[in-house]
Unconditional design. Structure first.
Length: 301
């Protein structure tokens, strides 16, 4: 589900204690790619919002009155690559119905969770005031192929729900600057908490293939070692105790390669590190051998 807020690829910013009503509330939704149809009356629709946005991360806590939200279509070429992540919804108050093409409607109550792939066209409906947390971030320890084209949900509170919700509330209540040098570490910590929710939402698998298990171990190593310029595919295969060709075949099953996965992880680090840093400093933090290598990777991304 891609919206205009994704298309604009915003720089790092935080907005807290925003409040809108009537036409101003509808404009706020429209600026983020949503067509809002609320109750009759120019001032009937109201919204309160706190949000943090970076090029690779979106965190939003919002309360609004009854409304139907329909995403506006955005050309795939205009969508920021960093924000093509699934949308995670944590329902905090009141009911919310998720209506996704190709799926049965899902009504979330307090404690409910939904993970909506960016390719899925989904609308939100609420007949009364409702509050939720929306989070769009990189998938850690999970392949996008595991989520592609799907909506996963739970109407019961997951064991990780309160942990993620508490962390989000603490982050939004604090005066955290998303453009600061320390924020990428905060972002990564939250992304790993989200990974726990994704695992809980995923359907149970009674038996996993050797290639799937190998890719899971590989992803952990890549995220741990991507900032090391000396970390190569050969080193990755050595640590996994498999041949390079076997590792390449395992990734080939999902249309990827270990080399591209390492490069993608480094680009994610570089995009976070570039704020307030020189290209060389960002390259050093992200595991690129030089500023030139980083510029070449960014140009080819």
């Amino acid at each position: 589900m891609r919206t205009d807020s994704d298309r604009r690829a915003p720089s790092a910013r935080a907005a807290r204690r925003l409040a809108f009503r009537g036409d101003a509330a509808r404009r706020w939704f429209a600026e983020r790619g949503w067509s809002a149809r609320g109750p009759e009356g120019s001032d009937a629709l109201r919204i309160f919002v706190d949000e943090i946005v970076t090029p690779s991360f979106l965190l939003r806590r919002l309360w609004h009155t009854a409304v139907t939200l329909t995403p506006q279509t955005v050309a795939s070429a205009l969508v920021s690559p960093a924000l093509r992540s699934p949308l995670l919804v944590l329902q905090a108050d009141g009911p919310l119905t998720v209506i996704a093409l190709g799926h049965e409607p899902i009504t979330l109550g307090v404690g409910g969770t939904a993970l909506i792939d960016s390719a899925v066209h989904a609308s939100f409906e609420s007949e009364a005031a409702t509050a939720r947390i929306e989070l769009r971030a990189r998938l850690r320890l999970t392949s996008t192929a595991d989520v592609g084209g799907r909506v996963m949900w739970s109407t019961e509170a997951l064991s990780s729900w309160s942990v993620v919700a508490s962390t989000v509330n603490a982050l939004l209540n604090a005066e955290v600057d998303p453009a600061s040098a320390s924020f990428p570490a905060v972002q990564s910590a939250l992304e790993y908490l989200v990974a726990a929710m994704v695992r809980e939402l995923s359907p149970p698998v009674t038996r996993r293939s050797a290639a799937e298990l190998l890719r899971e171990r590989s992803e952990r190593l890549i995220h741990d070692r991507a900032d090391d310029p000396g970390f190569t595919v050969s080193e990755l295969a050595h640590r996994l105790e498999v041949s390079r060709s076997y590792l390449t075949r395992a990734y080939g099953e999902i249309g990827a390669t270990p080399g591209r996965r390492i490069r993608t992880a480094r680009l994610e680090l570089a995009r976070d590190a570039i704020f307030g840093s020189t290209t060389q400093e960002a390259a050093n933090r992200a595991g690129f051998s030089s500023a030139r290598a980083l510029r070449r990777a960014l140009h080819g991304a």
